[in-house]
Write a protein that binds this ligand. Sequence first.
Ligand code: PEP
Length: 258
Amino acid sequence: MRNLLIAGNWKMNQNNAETKAYFEGLSEIISEAPAGVELLLCPVYTSLAVAVETASSITGMHIGAQNLHFEDKGAYTGEITASMLSEIGVSHVLIGHSERRQYFNETDGTVNLKTKKALDANLVPVVCVGELLDERKSDTHFSVVKKQVTEGLKDVSLSNASKVVIAYEPVWAIGTGETASPDQAQEMHKFIRTELSKLYNEETADKIRILYGGSMNTGNAAELLSCSDVDGGLIGGASLKPESYAEIIDAAAKQANS
Ligand code: PEP
């Protein structure tokens, strides 16, 4: 079965010193990922190297970036390539987070180019999808998410598809304290898996991890992670403190071993 992935998105938080202190604190609480659980934290670019170094004290901890550019090099001031990330030991990358779609004009087209570039560089792409509040209210959330998944994964080969991680993050639940109910999460995750089985096949769709993101925290993680198609979490605010991140890992460990 699918390992749960407990991923943290630190957004524009935690400098080098704070990153080092975080991993030192976390390694006092856990020394390895529990059975059936994989761990991932995504700091800012300037903290990636120190994160890779200090996270090595925790077995099963992976480090991811929050973005990349889809070109290999060139005149793209302020951008960074997939190979620059993998060179320093980064293994995953978030792609198309709603904040990048909202503030940096990312589209399903750029998400697709970045996803393919990440796979070419052996990085695991964590492709973020999710509807706005208005789209849920107008009952278009399934078609919105279907388009994001279909266009985001366009021309991703069958052999690469199972390496992709999808993060379903309803935009109305990100950083708002409002969470999708377990029923809402399960309904959308099942829908996404069905779409993936149409794009690829059932066996491949069964291998693809679909994370839930949107105000996941120590109080609601266990219930969300108990949904059969929820394969982990992408956690913003609650991943910023080692104690709360570790508590969510604990909830995942109980779920993985239940
Ligand atoms: C996120 O940044 O992807 C996220 C889900 O944030 P939060 O957990 O703070 O809602």
